[in-house]
Design a protein around this ligand. Structure first.
Ligand code: ADP
Ligand code: ASP
Ligand code: MG
Length: 456
């Protein structure tokens, strides 16, 4: 890198790039950022990734017709957008790139249907199509509008391991690739464009970072390039005090600490992918969350320190999860009990969200998709286990939580009519988590929001 140019990363989510009109709004935002040497990272258009997953499942089920229909639907939408952004006549080059995507997707779906087998590796090859279609359309729009653009395939940059479906980024290789493939093209007045969500192994096999992973891509690339800021452009004015679909009174937060944002993301605030914050933390790069349709509106800035306001910053909730209570009367006598217990989870690759311990029992929650059969078989070899499914975690998050006396009482007063089954205070003391029945979670969030946030 010639100088200490610090680019600005702008990531646009699915709803921001849903069609040609949305793409034009993205262009308006990108134009404003041109002096800041923008790296633009795009998600797939609208719900394209969901459609690709449906197509893959239909093919696995042997229904090739449904799979190809689904594929044709999303390809048709991309093609319509392509023609529209290019003023009616798309350039041949873009049309042939689209045709290559169409052919590749069809071959993959036919293969899956023929074998009725869908490996994570094939699933990634299929799912990654969405982001490539979306950057293809946006590149055509930039070309049509005369904005200089370098369009880079993320697979040349975002190196991951071979964990298909949840590729683990390899930061050293990624940084080197970003230095070679992106940095030389970054500069004021031009756009460097790439896909979110998509990566590749050392051998060039396509991987993905997991659902919602474009935020993570933006953060990884921003960290690799020492960006001045990582901007997450979406359909809300920043991170709100709760999921706005659940708590109508939710309002945008101007400031959030990295730790608070990480807790909220981990406990279900879909607005940020849970892994997004880490790369930014490591390099101290601020992350902002902004509304694409209201670029001059409010937004959230996430930095190391945040800016403490009220005791509770925000709420998040996530479900379904499964709650397990592991009971052993011999537990007290056994010093190594917890080690033995967690060894089972470790070996089976099941991550534990919350833990609460009592004298002779340990309660914990795991993802609803965890392999309960093998887990219970191993645990029951040395303890009694009760299982309660369809639970949800409600997380109360705030940097000032630990200094606020009487908060627990207020939480329980607010939830007097909701059955709270488990409580856990996060190790970092900024997260008080509760387990409730999944059906009770929205009401619990609304009540807590009124009592702890709206009443302040
Ligand atoms: P994108 O496609 O831009 O990545 P997402 O749908 O992944 O957008 O994330 C944005 C959505 O996250 C919002 O529309 C909102 O419904 C949801 N959401 C959940 N919790 C929160 C929160 N605390 N603040 C803001 N949005 C939230
Ligand atoms: N398109 C991917 C998904 O829908 C990644 C993303 O949008 O962040 O999961
Ligand atoms: Mg998202």
């Amino acid at each position: 890198m010639a100088s200490a140019l610090r680019p600005r990363v702008l990531k646009f989510g699915g709803s921001s790039v849903a069609d040609a009109a949305c793409m034009r709004q993205v262009l308006a935002v990108v134009r404003e950022a041109l002096p800041a040497a923008p790296l633009v990272v795009l998600s797939a258009m609208g719900k394209t990734t969901d459609a690709l997953f449906r197509a893959a499942r239909a093919a696995r089920g042997g229904d090739l017709g449904a799979a190809l229909d689904e594929a044709e639907g999303l390809l048709g939408r991309a093609e319509a957008a392509l023609r529209e952004v290019a003023g009616g006549v798309a350039p041949d080059e873009a049309l042939s790139a689209l045709a290559r995507e169409r052919d590749a997707l069809e071959v993959l779906l036919r293969g899956v249907a023929m074998l009725q087998e869908l490996t994570p590796r094939t699933q990634d090859a299929i799912a990654s199509t969405g982001e490539r279609l979306s950057t293809l359309v946006f590149a055509a729009l930039l070309a049509h509008e005369g904005v200089p653009c370098e369009h880079v395939d993320a697979r040349e940059v975002v190196r991951t391991d071979a964990t298909f479906g949840a590729g683990v980024p390899q930061p050293v290789a990624l940084r080197a690739r970003a230095g070679e493939r992106l940095a030389p093209h970054l500069g004021p007045g031009r756009v460097v464009l790439t896909q979110g969500y998509v990566g590749a192994t050392e051998d060039g096999l396509t991987t993905t970072l997991g659902r919602g992973g474009s935020d993570y891509s933006a953060a990884l690339l921003g960290a690799a390039l020492d960006a001045e800021e990582i901007q997450i452009w979406t359909d809300v004015e920043g991170v709100l005090t709760a999921d706005p679909r659940v708590a109508p009174g939710a309002r945008p937060l101007p400031h959030l600490s990295f730790a608070e944002a990480a807790e909220l993301a981990a406990f279900g605030a879909k607005v940020l992918h849970p892994a997004t914050i880490q790369p930014a933390v490591e390099r101290g790069i601020p992350v902002t969350v902004r509304h694409t349709q209201r670029p001059q509106g409010r937004f959230t800035t996430i930095t190391a320190a945040g800016r403490a306001g009220r005791p509770v910053t925000a709420l998040a909730h996530r479900g379904p999860v499964t709650a397990l209570t592991v009971h052993s009367t011999r537990m007290l006598a056994q010093a190594g009990f917890l080690a033995r217990l967690f060894d089972v989870f470790g070996r089976l690759g099941v991550s534990v969200d919350l833990v609460a311990t009592a004298e002779v029992s340990v309660s914990l929650t795991v993802d609803a998709g965890a392999p309960l059969g093998p887990l219970l078989a191993e645990l029951r070899a040395f303890s009694e286990v009760t299982v309660v499914e369809r639970r949800a975690i409600v997380a109360v998050v705030g940097e000032r939580l630990k200094h606020t006396a009487g908060l627990g009482a207020r939480v329980f007063a607010a939830l007097s009519e909701v059955n709270v089954e488990m409580i856990s205070m996060g190790g970092n003391e900024i997260n008080l988590s509760l387990v409730v029945a999944e059906d009770d979670a929205p009401e619990a969030v609304r009540r807590l929001h009124r009592a702890l946030i709206e009443a302040e």
